[in-house]
Design a binder for this molecule. Structure first.
Ligand code: ZN
Length: 451
C-alpha cells in the first residue's frame, strides 16, 4: 500500500514533464539503468501491516525491502552491464517525491516499484465460553400504600464472545500501471476539459489528495504519459504478470488506475508497481515473508524484465513467449486470403475457464481500422470497424485445439498499422492485449487453458 500524502509531487511531475515535452520522440533505446523501489520505509511509513488473528504482524516496508534486495541481486546477476539502482537498501523513510527524484536523477530506463497489498479486514465474533451472571426478578405485592417491591436474585448462564480480525480471502500478485489510455472515459473527459470530471479517491495504495487532471499541467502529464510510457509500461506489466503466472502463483492481471500511483507517472520512464501479495492473507503473508517466496518473485520479475529488454532493444521484434518460438508462422483461419499473411505479432494468454469473453477496441486514436477475426478456423467478425465501443465476442476454449484467434487487417486505418486493444475476461481474471496487424502480417492470440 502507498499512503503518503505528497501535495507537491504533482507540481514536481508537471515541471519535470513540461521539460521533456520539448524532446523529440523516443527511438528504440537501450535499457541501461533500472531503478528498483522498495515501497514505503522508515517509522513514518510502514505501509500495510499483518493484522488478522495469528498474523505474522509483518510490515509492508520490510517485505518490500527484502524482495527488492533480492530483485536487485537477481537483475545484477542476469543483466550484467545494466546499472541497477535501488531507491533504498535500509529501513529509511522516503516520500514518493524522493523516490521519483532518485529515479529521474539516475535517468532510469525502467522503474519497478515493489509493494504488498492489503484491504479492509472484517471483524469476526465467536463464543469462547459461558459465564454465570446474576439477574433479578422484580415483583410487586399489595395495592396503593401497601404496594411492595420484591427483588429475587437468580443465576443465568450467558455466552462469552471474543472478537478478532478475519484474514482476507483474496490472494495473489497484481501489476499496476498508470492509466492514461485513450479508450479510457476518464482520460477522454480529462483531455476534453470536462469540468465535472471527478476521479474516485481511496482504495488500496491510494493517496487521498485529488490531483486536478483538468489543469493545464495535468493535461500535459496525462498526454505525455499516454503517448510515451503507457504502452511500454503495459508491455512490461503484462510480462511480469505472465512470469508470475508461470510460477503457479495466482496472477491477478494488469490493472490501470489514475489514482494512487503518482510515483509512477512522476518518473520520466516506463514504470510498473507490483503488489506482490496480500499481507493480510495468511498464505500470502507467509509467502512474501519467506526466502523462497521472495526469491521466486524476484526471479519472475527479472525474467519479465529480460524479455522486455530484449524486445525493446529490438533483439526480437515479436513478443517472445516460451511456448512460441517461430517468428512468423502461417495462420489457419480457413480463409486463403487470411492465411497467406504470416503472423508477426503473436501473444499467448493463459485462461482458467473454457468460456471467455473478448472485447475489441481500437487501440490509440480511432482511425477507422477495419478488421476481421477468426477463431479456430471459423469467421467470428467480418470487416468491422474498431472504435471505443467494443466489438464483443464469446469464445469457447477447446482442449486439444490450438485456440488461435487471428486478427486480419482489412485496411491500415488513417494511422497505420491497424491496432486493436483486446480485453479478455475468463471469469476469474482479466487480461489486456494490444495487437498490431498490417496488410502483410496478421496478429494472433493463442489461448491456453490452465486450471
Ligand atoms: Zn504499498
Amino acid at each position: 500500500m502507498l499512503r503518503n500524502k505528497v501535495p507537491f509531487i504533482f507540481l514536481f511531475a508537471a515541471l519535470h514533464l513540461l521539460i521533456i515535452t520539448e524532446l523529440p520522440a523516443q527511438t528504440p533505446k537501450l535499457i541501461k539503468t533500472i531503478v528498483v523501489d522498495a515501497g514505503h520505509g522508515g517509522d513514518r511509513d510502514p505501509g500495510a501491516t499483518g493484522q488478522y488473528e495469528n498474523s505474522l504482524r509483518s510490515k509492508e516496508k520490510d517485505v518490500t525491502l527484502a524482495i527488492s534486495l533480492k530483485l536487485v541481486d537477481e537483475l545484477k546477476k542476469q543483466l550484467p552491464g545494466v546499472k541497477i539502482v535501488p531507491t533504498r537498501t535500509t529501513d529509511i523513510y522516503q516520500s514518493p517525491t524522493e523516490k521519483a527524484r532518485i529515479a529521474n536523477e539516475v535517468k532510469g530506463d525502467l522503474f519497478l516499484c515493489i509493494h504488498a497489498d492489503s484491504g479492509p479486514l472484517k471483524t469476526g465474533k465467536r463464543q469462547v465460553g459461558t459465564r454465570m451472571v446474576t439477574r433479578y426478578k422484580i415483583t410487586y405485592t399489595g395495592k396503593g400504600r401497601r404496594r411492595k417491591k420484591h427483588k429475587e436474585a437468580y443465576e443465568v448462564e450467558e455466552p462469552v464472545y471474543e472478537y478478532f480480525k478475519m484474514p482476507l480471502t483474496r490472494s495473489g500478485t497484481s501489476v499496476w500501471i498508470f492509466a492514461a489510455h485513450k479508450t479510457s472515459d476518464k482520460l477522454k473527459a480529462i483531455m476534453g476539459g470536462d469540468e465535472n470530471f471527478e476521479i474516485e479517491a481511496g482504495g488500496v495504495d491510494s493517496l487521498e489528495t485529488a490531483f486536478d487532471f483538468s489543469s493545464p499541467q495535468g493535461k500535459i502529464i496525462a498526454a505525455i504519459y499516454a503517448k510515451r510510457y503507457q504502452e511500454r509500461s503495459d508491455r512490461l506489466a503484462t510480462m511480469v504478470n505472465e512470469e508470475v503466472e508461470n510460477t503457479g502463483r495466482a496472477a491477478l492481471g494488469v490493472n490501470q488506475r489514475q489514482v494512487g500511483i503518482w510515483v509512477l507517472q512522476a518518473t520520466n520512464m516506463p514504470a510498473i508497481l507490483v503488489e506482490t501479495g496480500f499481507i493480510n492473507n495468511p498464505e500470502d503473508e507467509r509467502y512474501i515473508n519467506s526466502e523462497q517466496g521472495q526469491q521466486e518473485l524476484a526471479e519472475a520479475i527479472t525474467k519479465a524484465v529480460k524479455r522486455y529488454k530484449a524486445q525493446v532493444e529490438g533483439l526480437n521484434n515479436t513478443a517472445p513467449q516460451p511456448v512460441v518460438s517461430n517468428d512468423k508462422k502461417p495462420t489457419a483461419s480457413g480463409n486463403a486470403a487470411v492465411d497467406s499473411r504470416p503472423v508477426k505479432d503473436i501473444k499467448t494468454i493463459n485462461v482458467k475457464n473454457k468460456k471467455i469473453s473478448v472485447d475489441l477496441y481500437d487501440d490509440g486514436d480511432v482511425d477507422n481500422d477495419i478488421v476481421s477475426v477468426y477463431f479456430n478456423g471459423a469467421s467470428l467478425v467480418s470487416k468491422k470497424p474498431l472504435s471505443t465501443n467494443p466489438v464483443s465476442l464469446t469464445l469457447n476454449i477447446e482442449p486439444g485445439k490450438n485456440n488461435e484467434l487471428i486478427l486480419f487487417a482489412e485496411n491500415l486505418g488513417n494511422i497505420p498499422p491497424n491496432t486493436a486493444l483486446m480485453i479478455i475476461n475468463d471469469g476469474s481474471s482479466r487480461h489486456e492485449v494490444r495487437l498490431s496487424a498490417d496488410l502483410k502480417n496478421n496478429a494472433e492470440v493463442r489461448f491456453e487453458l490452465k486450471n
